[in-house]
Design a protein around this ligand. Sequence first.
Ligand SMILES: *Cc1c(COP(=O)(O)O)cnc(C)c1O
Length: 659
Amino acid sequence: MNPPVAGTPASTPPVSPAQASASSDRTAIVSAPIVSDKKRQEALARYNVNEWGGGYFTMDDGGCATVNPLQRPGAAVRLADIVDEVKRRGFRSPFLLRFPQILKHRVTRLHDAFAAAIREFDYPKHYQGVLPVKVNQQRVVVEAAVEQSGRHRYGLEVGSKGELALALTMTIHPEALLLCNGFKDRDFIELALRGQAAGSRVVLISETIHEVRDIITVARDIGVKPQIGFRVRLHSSGVGKWEESGGSHAKFGLTTAEILEALDYLQAEGRMDSVSLIHFHIGSQICDIRAWKEAIKEATRMFCHIKRRAPSLEFLDMGGGLAVDYDGTSTATDWSLNYTLEEYCRDAVYNVKTVCEQEEVEPPVLVSESGRAVLAYHAVTVVTPLKVIGRDSSRPVHIAKDACHQVKELKSTLDELRKNNCRELINDARSLHAELISSFKLGFVTLEDRAAGEALFHDICSRAAQIWDREDAAEKEIADLVEMTAPRFICNFSIFQSVPDTWAFRQVFPMMPLTRLLDDPVTEATIGDITCDSDGRIDDFVGCAGIKRTLPLPTLNTDEPFHLGLFLVGAYQDTLGDFHNLFGAANEASIIIDDDGSFSIINQYRGTTVAEAMEVFGYPLSLLRARFDERWGGDDSLEAVRYRDCFMRIVSSGTYLKR
Ligand SMILES: *Cc1c(COP(=O)(O)O)cnc(C)c1O
């Protein structure tokens, strides 16, 4: 929704590892005494990074987050060095860092995994993938994917006229597919057919029986033989947050009766030889492999029945859904998956082969439309914590001599707190706190007493979380106290723009600081953005064993600021992001890393300016200027000139806070 504006391609020489550390204020950390292995293991576990990092992200010995796009030994780069270089070029956070090499590595991994399964089961046909453009339409992303086209016959999948127009301008391998899903009008169909006539390998996948008729009509009008696919409605459905409903509730696809009707229609029209593909898509982020196996078996059976009537049928397109292990647990939960890429491919190849053998039908060329699994890893959003909201327990609580009894009792509760009486005293404190608030509402408690009581209650909970005997406390009791007292780190970004699915689905993305990962102690915190919206916050985090309600962060002292990375955000997030509060696209840079760990910034885009964000909503800069001059233009006092300068400076700069 929000393309980066005004590209400034920046092809400057690569930054070598030595230069990177020289220009980095983090050299000191890196050359610090070798930390104990135990401490390192603890830090790795705290963020679970080796589990969700996919081999691309981890931590170095100095406690810095690293990226290694090609997974080659010795080629890892500290993300903080990249951030420093991007900042040296005048960009402020938040920024989006893209690693096109990761994207390409994912495409190759997917094709290699299918190739291995095809060899293992002696499958007689090949596999070729397509990139579903809706998962990220950004030019740098689509172009990086298209660069893999020649090597793997990698194609594109589109779902709208806009995406089709975009795809037709890309030069893909002549055998790569250009698949058209989604509802279509005649214009859509005509453009696809003309693209096909001009040499692209376009398949129009029908969502309805009407579309089949429209395709035949338009094809006849313009004299092109169409390649038609059917999206079939399976009984099997996906699992998890993004399951497509199956059966009669499905939004997309032809029912069994409609497929028969379509085949009869094509036969009558003498166009049976146009049938080339069967497609299904059971939803995104399929977390349980069983759903996948069931869908494959059902769809292959469907393929075989249709192929008997339409021998030109060549492809089985298995849709998307290959999941990403966002939380690193390898389980069938919403943000993870209980299978590997290799298993996913082997299950597909094996089941298609088995069903085709039983049916004695020639097996299909295999196609899939993995979006999330190909794109999620390639992008990292980097944000800067600005301030901490929450009570600092080291500040003394001022208690008035004549304070109300609830405050006095809360104070003695705090003083009496010991490792073996926490549960009892927390319950006392809870009642006293509730009583204090009720009395305040009735007018019996002063503002000063309320402030003191709230601070004492906070300190009781946070001290109990520290000292409570772990033998006695349940893990949840401690976690609740930590969550209750956790400060919120306010960061310079908008979740609605950068990670909208945290808001829409409470999706979990792994996060960790880019430096100071070995810091001790850490603060268990939550995250807030700078939008004026109480929903602009993150309360779910990846921890060492699944989802946690707080994220451990270094203390926020000004002499050693740190950046926070939000990882695996390359699928869906930057195109679903919106302009809530007029916060626009973040600054952006694409980075290439060489074998020796030197890196170059190959593209950089400045994010949306205030004027550009306003233009989207109908206020072009010319209008703003005219209105400003109309109201204040006649006044040429110094104050009026300064006012105008200030207004124009803000309007032409980025939408985020300067710091
Ligand atoms: C969204 C979509 C995809 C991509 O799904 P992922 O889960 O991201 O792999 C593939 N095919 C169709 C038809 C889709 O609608």
